[in-house]
Design a protein around this ligand. Sequence first.
Ligand SMILES: Nc1ncnc2c1ncn2[C@@H]1O[C@H](COP(=O)(O)OP(=O)(O)OP(=O)(O)O)[C@@H](O)[C@H]1O
Ligand SMILES: [Mg+2]
Length: 223
Amino acid sequence: MLEIFSVCKQYTSGRGHITALTDISFSVAKGQSFTLAGKSGSGKTTLLNCLGALEQPDGGRILYNGQDICSMSSRQRAYFQRRDIGFVFQTANLLPWLTVAENLMLPLELNSIYGKKQKGRIEELLACFDLVGYEKAMPGEMSGGENQRIAFARAIAHKPALILADEPTSSLDSVTGYNLIELILSLCDVQGSTLVVATHDPELIELTNNRLYLKDGRIEAAT
Ligand SMILES: Nc1ncnc2c1ncn2[C@@H]1O[C@H](COP(=O)(O)OP(=O)(O)OP(=O)(O)O)[C@@H](O)[C@H]1O
Ligand SMILES: [Mg+2]
């Protein structure tokens, strides 16, 4: 599903030229769960952002089902991002002025899922994430863990083929984080989604099928 060839990325900042990724090549099969592991600053977020076309690599190619995502037009890219991808960020990133149900509606509306189908999907998601009765709650009235569960529910709402999650459990205690990843993996299994997750939590790393260890922007090991 994803083929990454010799991806490189540099930044120019107040610290001068920073090489964030050097010669990264790997592939991710459909339905696989995949961890990007490595210490802080090793390049996990940069790589994940390149996979989701949120950032452009300076060199190399990223193919999604054979199509080079780096050469997509901005329109194609936006369509790819809203149809094929579910993003989960380190902090939940829910829209604070919308209720839980309204946050869950967003990816559904963007993918033309309305009416009864939309309502049914929201009910299904709330049940899956043990949040029945939270429809009208506002993100600010819920705990960090509850927010992160809604963020995951929102990411998978439109059944995207690819879920990209950047340290999604780093603000949760280890048991809550572990349970959440187990739940996501089982939902990905059911709907055939692929999961790529950046984490440095050793317990979570073990849960996925495959792992890529990054060090200073290079691949240190792949298992
Ligand atoms: N926008 C940016 N401008 C300049 N340098 C950046 C930028 N984003 C990341 N970097 C640098 O690129 C390198 C890789 O950063 P990245 O955020 O990908 O690491 P990470 O593995 O996700 O770290 P963490 O575990 O702390 O989230 C670091 O040296 C970082 O300082
Ligand atoms: Mg990061």
